[in-house]
Design a protein around this ligand. Structure first.
Ligand SMILES: C[S@@+](CC[C@H](N)C(=O)[O-])C[C@H]1O[C@@H](n2cnc3c(N)ncnc32)[C@H](O)[C@@H]1O
Length: 397
């Protein structure tokens, strides 16, 4: 993991141990971080050292172990600066400022093909970069999705007073923030693998860093509305994710999934077999299939995911989602224009890791597919679109 990263060694080390450890509870995660971070400064080690560290026997081998046994560990005096906790404990778990410790280690990134990928939960979990370029693209795409839905953030009939709302794979958090503004009396939680929360957050909105494919860290029946948008390419175990979503949704509450479909259409036969966008989409599907994820999100599989998760009263709809500004319709022309701009970095963002890591293409080959796809959106003779799917369902009372 560490070879390709230009990170301070101590950070790679502490995170490495966490990933290798067998962790069954949140407390164990915290303990591993406390252990790792407490021992950071004195160590000088190289990459080969990493392989000698074993989660089950942390004191038994390698250069690091020797150093640990020789030098007494000093206690950080800052631990006792908290005036409210003179008994050695404070209201947070175990008396440590664990958020600070964890948030340091959560910032684990990989630089590849000119992009920055977040890797704390594993390099290949989210194949999209999370750098500023991608954050800009996500925010631009958000405006585009609002246009497609007539300004609506969602379509499910959740009523005027939802109390708790969860956004899974929240990205920059823009959807969660706007939901918090729309429902000031609701508590809105955005969760994501990556710590990319917005700078300005309304008081009724917060962000968690977690892997939705492991466990949603929330009580049963605790959300009126759960939402996820464009996480399709990241999820391998939809069955597990849906059972978790169902578990945390209140009886009578809703789950809504919005996804760009991975199939291209043209109503005037301008989608040639060698169309560059078609080639890009086909390669994406091929790579996703190879790593066991759905090759594309469709009305059929989205409906199936909700139904097999237990949701009922499922409603599926879609809008056409033009890749360029060719439509006559004013709104769709604007959507196509935004896609033209978003596509300048978006095809690269979605494509590079899948094409190079999964399909084994060279950086040049992968770049060419992404670049030609982005250029095709400028082609006035290419009148192509994909579908934007919105599927929602209700948890029975
Ligand atoms: C294409 S972005 C979409 C972001 C946001 N939903 C939006 O529509 O603007 C996909 C997001 O899902 C997150 N993600 C992927 N897999 C995840 C998982 N297992 N748990 C939590 N978040 C995940 C990624 O980190 C990324 O931010």
């Amino acid at each position: 993991m560490s070879e390709t990263m230009s990170r301070p060694d101590w950070l790679s080390y502490s995170t490495y141990k966490l990933e290798k450890a067998t962790i069954s509870t949140e407390n164990e995660v915290l303990l591993w971080f406390v252990f790792s971070c407490a021992s950071l400064p004195p160590f000088s080690h190289n990459h080969s050292c990493h392989n000698t560290i074993n989660a089950a026997a942390p004191l038994s081998s390698g250069n690091i172990t020797t150093k640990m046994l020789q030098e007494p560990l000093e206690v950080d005096p800052a631990l006792f600066d908290d005036e409210d906790s003179d008994d050695g404990y404070c209201s947070s778990l175990s008396g440590y400022e664990t958020n600070t410790i964890i948030s340091t280690a959560l910032h684990e990134y990989l630089l590849e093909n000119g992009r920055r990928y977040h890797t704390y939960y594993g390099r290949d979990k989210n194949m999209l970069p999370t750098d500023e370029i991608e954050q800009d693209r996500m925010n631009l795409s958000h405006e585009l999705f609002l246009l497609l839905l007539d300004g609506n953030l969602f379509l499910a009939p959740i009523g005027d007073a939802p109390e708790r709302i969860l956004d899974i794979g929240t990205g920059t958090g823009i959807w969660a923030v706007e939901m918090a503004e729309k429902f000031p009396n609701a508590e809105v939680i955005g969760m994501d693998l990556s710590p990319t929360k917005p700078e300005w957050v309304p008081p009724n909105c917060r962000f968690d860093v977690a892997d939705a494919e492991r466990e949603l860290m929330h009580d049963d029946d605790s959300f009126d509305f759960v939402h996820a948008r464009n996480i399709g390419q990241c999820i391998s175990d939809w069955g597990h994710l849906m059972s978790e979503i169902y578990r945390v949704t209140k009886p009578g509450g809703y789950f809504e999934l919005q996804e760009i479909g991975g199939i291209l259409f043209s109503d005037d036969e301008t989608l040639a077999p060698n169309n560059p966008a078609k080639i890009w989409y086909e390669n994406i599907s091929k790579a996703l299939t190879r790593i066991g994820r759905p090759p594309s999100m469709t009305e059929e599989n989205m409906t199936f995911f909700l139904a097999s998760g237990g949701f009922t009263d499922i409603t599926a709809s879609y809008t056409k989602h033009p890749l360029g500004p060719w439509p006559k319709d004013r709104t769709l022309k604007l959507v196509g224009s935004l896609n033209l701009v978003a596509g300048k970095t978006g095809y690269h963002a979605y494509g590079m890791a899948l094409f190079t890591r999964v399909l084994g293409l060279t950086t040049d080959e992968a770049n060419k597919i992404c670049r030609e796809c982005a250029l095709d959106a400028h082609n006035k003779n290419s009148h192509i679109y994909s579908l934007y799917h919105i599927v929602y369902g209700r948890k029975p009372v």
